[in-house]
Design a binder for this molecule. Structure first.
Ligand SMILES: CC(=O)N[C@H](C=O)[C@@H](O)[C@H](O)[C@H](O)COP(=O)(O)O
Length: 231
């Protein structure tokens, strides 16, 4: 699919992030595929998924566009979302509609540069989503040629974790105002009302994960709220 057609298809819609790491109770490709189907039935316009086996299973059960990433830890860097060319090659080999990667200013594994990775992705005709944590990182990534930016890492880098709001509607507003690429709202969008507010702020689309696909966190939210009511 042409990038512009894909991006247009996602406009105004909900993208459901179906991810469960090894330490989470729903870990496993068959469960993630079921989550993806449930998201599709509920009206999602796209999916975000981590790892080759989850992506393969998800592609078997739905035709929705998939934003793929690979989370992998390296000892010499805090960057873990599609950190190196190795993960990019794995995603290209399985075939996804868009590749998401950490586009923060943090040092990458093997000191690989973000710009060389983006150049490589574009040479391979990939549609690229830059997961950023600040306005400046978004501008840098756009100058390097990414197709869309997502606020995924706002609040998750050392320099944003203390001062940035979660979810970061201000950052969405600033990016919409100051850039000319589609801005995706992602991270801590925890209710339909917040998702709608993000669209009103100008977000092209909204990515929601935990509030839909991490039942342990949904349960915890209920329990904490109920305890507060009683005390
Ligand atoms: C920070 C990080 O590693 N975010 C990850 C990125 O892929 C996922 O774990 C999140 O679930 C996703 O971004 C959606 O966000 P939320 O689950 O808050 O709706």
């Amino acid at each position: 699919m042409k990038n512009s057609i894909l991006i247009n298809k996602l406009k105004g819609g909900l993208i459901v992030s179906c991810q469960a790491l090894e330490n989470e109770p729903l870990h496993g490709s068959s469960v993630m595929a079921k989550m993806a189907r449930a998201a599709e039935i509920g009206g999602a316009v796209g999916l975000r998924a981590n790892g080759i086996s989850d992506i393969k299973e998800i592609k078997k059960v739905t035709d929705l566009p998939v934003i793929g990433l690979i989370k992998r830890d390296y000892s010499d860097s805090p960057v873990y979302i599609t950190p190196t060319k190795k993960e990019v090659d794995e995603l290209i080999s399985v075939g996804v509609d868009m590749i998401a990667l950490d586009a923060t200013k943090r040092t990458r594994p093997n000191q690989e540069s973000l710009s060389s990775l983006i150049t490589y992705l574009k040479k391979n005709n990939q549609c690229v989503m830059a997961d950023i944590s600040t306005y400046e990182e978004a501008i840098d990534a756009i100058n390097m040629g990414v197709d869309v930016v997502s606020t995924t890492l706002s609040g998750y880098t050392a320099y944003t974790e203390k001062h940035y709001q979660k979810p970061n509607i201000e950052l969405v507003e600033q990016l919409v105002e100051g850039t000319n690429v589609p801005v995706f709202s992602e991270g801590n969008v925890d209710s339909p009302q917040v998702a709608k507010a993000m669209l009103k702020a100008g977000a092209h689309a909204v990515v929601v994960g935990s509030a839909i696909t991490r039942p342990q966190l949904i349960t915890e939210k209920f329990v904490l709220c109920m305890r507060k009511e009683l005390s």
